[in-house]
Every structure is written in C-alpha cells, then in structure tokens.
Write a protein of this length. Structure first.
Length: 430
C-alpha cells in the first residue's frame, strides 16, 4: 500500500475528555490532603501549599526570602547536609512564591518516601534561617537585580503591573534595590511562624498514591495543631491604576537599539463568565506561534523575533498583557500594528477556518496538559486555588466546540477597545 502523503489525515476529535479527578483525604488534624493516584512509575510528588505569598507580607521581599531560605539550614542540618541527604535518596525540592501563595514541593521515589518525608518535615517546621546564608542570598539577588536593571524587557515587565494595579498593591509593587537591605532574619522568622502553620496548609500528592503513603504523610504533618484563627486576616487592597495610559521609560543602556513593549489592562479573575471566551480570544491574538500578532509583527513586518499575549489570573484579579522586544527604529510602527490587530478583532468576525484551527490547537494543548500524574495535580491546583471545581474544565472544553465568531467579537469590544489599553515602552526614542 502506497501512502498518500499529499493529503492531510482527517482530524479526529474526542467527544468527551475524561480527567482523572483529585481525591480528598483529611489528615488527623484536619489538614486537607488532595491526591491524584495515576501513573506507572514509582515516583511521588508532594506539594505543601501555604497562603504565604507576597500579598501577606508587611515588609517587601520577606515572603520570597522566607520561602527560599527554607532549604538553607535547619536546627539539625546545614544546607550542604540537606542537599546531600536528598541527593542520596534520589529526591529533590522546589520552592516557589507567587503573589497569593507559596509552596514547597518534594519529588522522590516511593520506596524512599519514609526517608525523604522527615527531611521535608524538618525544613518546614525547624528552619534556622542562618545569618550567613541569608546574607549570601540577599547579596546574590542584589547582583542579579543590578544586571536585570540593564535589560529593557525586565524593566518593562517589572513596571507594567505597577501601571495596572498601583505600586502599593501587591500585584503591582515593583522591587527596589534598597528593599534588600530591609530584609532581616527576625522578619523571616516571624513570617514563617505566622504563615507556615498547619492551619494555613494544604497538601497535594500525585503519582503512585496508596493508603500507606497517605498514612505516612499523616505521620509527619497530621499531628500539629491547626488553629486557623492565628493564621492571617483577609487583606483588601485598593486598586490605583495609573491615570496616564501611554508611558515611556528611557533605556537603561546608552545608545540602545532595542525597545521593550508592554500593553494590556486589568481584567477579572478566573471565575468570571468571560474568562474562558477571553482566553480563546487571546490565543487568536497572540497566544500561540500562528497567532495574528506573530503573523503580522514577526512574519509580515519583521519587527521582532517574537511577540505574544497572555492572560494572568490571580486570586483577586487578573490582567491581560502583550509583550515584545523590537528595534527602537520600528517601535512606533509595531505599536500601531498591535492596535490594528486589536481593532480588527473588535470590528471583523474571526473567519471560520481560523477559529477552527485555534479550537483544535487549544483542545490538543489541553489534552497534553493532562499527561501524567504531576500534570493532573497541577490542573487540580489551578482550579482549587480559585475555589473552583472540575466543572470549569467541562465548560472550557464545551466552549471549544460551541463558541462563535460573533461571541468573540462581543468579548473583544468589551475588553480590547483602544481607550482601555495601557501602553509602556522602555527604550530609546527615535
């Protein structure tokens, strides 16, 4: 049989996408433990999630410093000893801080879980925040800060959220060099004591999860007090968006030939009824390599190597962002073309073939994002952090089948009008 390589195979779409759901198991002290039992390898991921993001800090950089320093020494072991122990058991740690939450994640083999869990427990419950390690950490970050301040794209990325939310808002605050000098060991200790508590914790486990594993986690994290009254108070921050929509910052480098562009606006959070349609619209505009912004600004005009748009959903807000780096000589022209693409979405229905291509892309991308137990756990975390359930994904998949060009044009007119868009250029005026 001779294969016909000139004709593309027909597209097969699943009528329903089955997702392995996370199950819930409460530890003896009430800490919620969510788990995804999937996969064929004896590998386990255990993520401890705390509401300990930058939103909760009273002193700049304390949330991130506290989280990063958990690995740098405990009352029993130095950072070198901790690293050696984890390496010996084929395990490793990841720490992460976002605006709304912080997490500490352990990856290990199931057969070594009984050796790795005590190390994780020690890091969480008995960090020593050694002064010498803290000084090294702060020095390294100050040096990285100074290097990054010479990059237009970094300056733009740091200043743009401040235009949208205001510098006093945790979603918009821009870090300053002098703030590193304000980080003290006692601030980290106080922040850790308040927020890295059992009453402010949830655990997400994934991989080959069984009853034994659940009991092991309970042995190390299920016995502490979970008094939630002392954890935190709900903070309400006022939004102070900039009054000026068009903004320019001179390049930190003399005679720079490159400019960074950031454009966008404040949006809603993930639970909003327009969240899913806007994500589809964003993909058409700049959310994948074949997007309109890429086709126009990169492929047709040759102004940039890459341009994209994205939607960021936080727990109390969201925002839309377009980003690119272009030659300073063509920066104004690139901005004009970006506005043209926004205007086109507002005035012209997306052609049926383009819309179907994007739907197929998003459907395939969604299915790939469910590949493996760790990915399934991440998908659960994304909805859990926004107090949502799996019906969100059902609505998303349904929208990929039913949304129309007319609906997308209505969404564009609600959120992509030129007078609602903030613009920031960091570069050299030509």
């Amino acid at each position: 049989m001779i294969l016909d390589r000139k004709t593309m195979p027909g597209l097969a779409l699943e009528s329903k996408i089955d997702i392995i759901h996370a199950q819930e198991h409460s530890l003896p002290n009430g800490i919620p433990l969510y788990y995804v039992n999937a996969g064929t390898q004896d590998v386990i991921k255990i993520e401890l999630v705390y509401r300990a993001g930058s939103r909760e800090q009273d002193v700049p950089l304390v949330a991130g410093s506290t989280n990063a320093m958990l690995e740098e020494g405990t009352k029993k072991h130095s950072s070198e000893e901790i690293a050696s122990l984890l390496d010996y058991y084929g395990s490793f740690l990841e720490t992460s801080v976002q605006q709304d939450y912080a997490s500490v994640t352990l990856y290990t083999l199931g057969k070594h879980l009984d050796k790795a869990l005590p190390i994780l427990e020690e890091l969480i419950k008995e960090p020593s925040f050694p002064q010498n390690e803290l000084e090294i950490y702060l020095h390294n970050n100050k040096q990285r800060f100074l290097v990054d301040e010479q990059k237009e794209r970094v300056v733009a990325a740091k200043n743009f959220p401040s235009l949208l939310f205001g510098d006093s808002h945790p979603y918009g605050h821009k870090t300053r060099l002098e703030e590193y000098d304000g980080v003290k060991k006692e601030y980290l200790e106080a922040f850790h004591k308040k927020y890295y508590s059992a009453g402010n914790c949830a655990i997400i486990a994934s991989g080959r999860v069984n009853e034994k594993l659940l009991n092991q986690i309970g042995d190390y994290f299920g016995k502490d007090s979970t008094d939630k009254s002392a954890a935190f108070t709900n903070r309400d921050y006022a939004l102070h968006s900039a009054t000026q929509k068009i903004n320019f910052i001179s390049s930190p480098k003399k005679d720079s030939v490159q400019s960074a562009i950031r454009m966008g606006r404040v949006l809603f959070h993930k639970t909003h009824t327009d969240a899913i349609p806007f994500q589809i619209l964003n993909t058409i505009l700049g959310g994948y390599f074949g997007s309109r912004l890429m086709s126009n600004i990169r492929e047709d005009k040759g102004y940039t190597y890459g341009i994209s748009s994205s939607v960021v959903f936080l727990q109390h807000a969201g925002y839309f962002n377009i980003g690119s780096e272009v030659g300073s000589a063509v920066c104004d022209a690139a901005v004009i073309e970006i506005y043209k693409e926004l205007d086109r979405l507002c005035k012209e229905p997306v052609p049926a073939d383009e819309l179907q291509l994007v739907k197929n892309y998003l459907r395939g991308n969604f299915m790939r994002s469910m590949d493996g137990p760790f990915a399934l756990a991440d998908r659960f975390k994304h909805i859990w952090l926004h107090n949502m359930d799996y019906s969100y994904y059902e609505k998303y998949v349904d929208a990929l089948s039913t949304i129309t060009s007319k609906e997308l044009m209505e969404i564009a007119n609600k959120y992509l009008q030129k007078d609602s868009i903030y613009e920031l250029v960091v570069g050299t005026k030509k």
